[in-house]
Design a protein around this ligand. Structure first.
Ligand SMILES: Nc1ncnc2c1ncn2[C@@H]1O[C@H](COP(=O)(O)OP(=O)(O)OP(=O)(O)O)[C@@H](O)[C@H]1O
Ligand SMILES: [Mg+2]
Length: 468
């Protein structure tokens, strides 16, 4: 973390020197001193401080005015008043206006140090609390097991084991729902950083204008609406791992800034000047083909190499068929337990049929299908007939052989998969009259991925709108 910035204001320079000297024994603290409150204020409006120590009686702007400005509304800065007039009334007035404490002159060195330390610690705790609230909304799922024994998946597990404890950048790629986030969490959970934070950032969901301040934070007044300083997610992730999900969505300008942060291992808040050192491990994920993005000049080549030190490519579910029954059984057990169902399991045919479906939504789709079928099940064992209609239609209409086509198994399979995708996407869009949001919701595929599927097959949602 960067140093804590303390601003001291007093019209008497000897007091300033005395305070600076007293605080010089504390670690990670930087003092800035001002004899003019007006000057201090204008500086504080540009770059906020972690704590302000201010005299009460000064020419022009006095301590009370300063206090009113600093403790007003959201732009809150902790203030401690230094006063030679320890009248109770003034002290009470200061506290009412938001001062955290007051010290009477002559100032006692030890008392000053203790007060400053206590306030900085309290502030750090408040930030921690804010962070914990953020984490509670999205709990850290390090305990989620990773299921799979197929060769393709075992390779992934071996790589994770080999690199988790090493401080290298990892780029996780794979189709939607293949487990990219799960792998990233596992990498953190198995690393030496596991007791620090895992901070997931969905780069595709943050508006372009906000991404820099989300990642790097901002100073007070950095832009309209920046009424208080805010540390960014990199600072929150200090000592831990930051997970840059959908990293391919980061705009080019921000890519340059990210590269700089990775190289220098420092960040600068928006509107700030201080270089803040950060110790964060980067794990990035994408379901785009980043190499293609580099070719198309939508992704910086230098950043690509910087992120892709260790690549982990997750196999699609249809490319690890032997894992399907194991995963299905695992999800089924989970459902039975968490939903308190009176199911005993599923028939062998049920698991077999699952293997013949193409799973465009991969593990997530499988998980949802199991949950839906289990919830609606009538007997004591789930049967293949209870699978969703779209799965049954696909698996039961497979052309086993067509002598005339001349196509081999793999080619036939490819055309089938593609035609399924197209059919599924177009009928769903037509059902929802081109409303991608609703279509995506029904498909249980995140909207961003849904758009990518449409793009892949060059399907235009607009042409399904009822007016056209
Ligand atoms: N090997 C696995 N074992 C158990 N659960 C898994 C496995 N792989 C994925 N899952 C589960 O599947 C769901 C989707 O995984 P995850 O969110 O990690 O996918 P993703 O690749 O990040 O998807 P997207 O590209 O859509 O963001 C999660 O609920 C996850 O727990
Ligand atoms: Mg994901």
């Amino acid at each position: 973390m960067g140093n804590k910035r303390i601003v001291i204001v007093d019209d008497d320079p000897t007091i300033l020197d005395y305070c600076r000297l007293s605080l010089s024994t504390l670690a990670h603290i930087e003092c800035e001193t001002y004899t003019s409150p007006a000057e201090a204020l204008s500086r504080l409006q540009r770059d906020s401080a972690d704590l302000v120590l201010s005299d009460l009686q000064m020419p022009n702007v006095d301590g009370i005015d300063l206090l009113k400005q600093l403790c007003h509304g959201e732009s809150y800065t902790p203030v401690v008043i230094l006063t030679a007039f320890p009248e109770v009334e003034t002290a009470v007035q200061c506290m009412k206006l938001g001062a955290l404490d007051y010290l009477t002159k002559p100032i006692n060195m030890e008392e000053l140090r203790i007060t400053v330390q206590r306030i900085l610690e309290n502030e750090a705790n408040r930030e921690e609390l804010r962070f914990l609230q953020h984490q509670l909304e999205r709990p850290f799922k390090s305990a989620v097991p990773m299921i799979g024994t197929s060769p393709a998946f075992s390779k992934v597990l071996t790589t994770i084991e080999r690199i988790a404890k090493k401080n290298v950048e990892v780029l996780v790629t794979g189709e939607t729902g293949t487990g990219k986030e799960l792998v990233s969490r596992r990498l953190h959970g198995e690393s030496l950083r596991r007791n620090k934070r895992f901070v997931p950032v969905n780069c595709g969901a943050i508006p372009e204008s906000l991404i820099e301040s989300e990642l790097f934070g901002h100073e007070k007044g950095a832009f309209t609406g920046a009424t208080a300083k805010k540390p960014g997610l990199f600072e929150y992730a200090e000592g831990g791992t930051i997970f840059l999900d959908e990293v391919g969505e980061i705009p080019l300008l921000m890519q340059a800034k990210l590269l700089r942060a990775l190289q220098e291992k420092t960040i600068r808040r928006v509107g700030g000047r201080q270089e803040i050192p950060v110790d964060v491990r980067i794990v990035a994920a994408t379901n785009r083909n980043l190499q293609e993005e580099v070719q198309a000049k939508r992704f910086r080549e230098d950043l690509y190499y910087r992120l892709n030190v260790i690549p982990i490519q997750l196999p699609a579910l249809r490319d690890r068929l032997s894992d399907i029954p194991i995963l299905a059984e695992f999800f089924l057990k989970q459902c039975i337990q968490s939903l308190n169902l009176e199911l005993e399991g599923a028939t062998a045919e049920f698991f077999e049929v699952l293997k013949t479906y193409s799973w465009p939504g991969n593990v997530r789709e499988l998980q949802n299908v199991i949950k839906r079928s289990a919830t609606l099940a009538v007997g004591s064992k789930l049967t293949a007939d209870e699978l969703p209609e779209n799965i049954l239609t696909q698996v039961r209409s497979l052309p086993i052989a067509d002598d005339q086509s001349g196509l081999g198994f793999l080619e036939l399979r490819e055309t089938q998969l593609e035609s399924f995708d197209r059919q599924y996407l177009t009928s769903l869009l037509s059902k929802h009259q081109g409303d991608v949001k609703r279509a995506a919701l029904e498909s249980q595929v995140p909207q961003a991925s849904f758009y990518r599927w449409l793009k892949r097959y060059d399907i235009r949602a607009k042409s399904f709108k009822s007016s056209s």
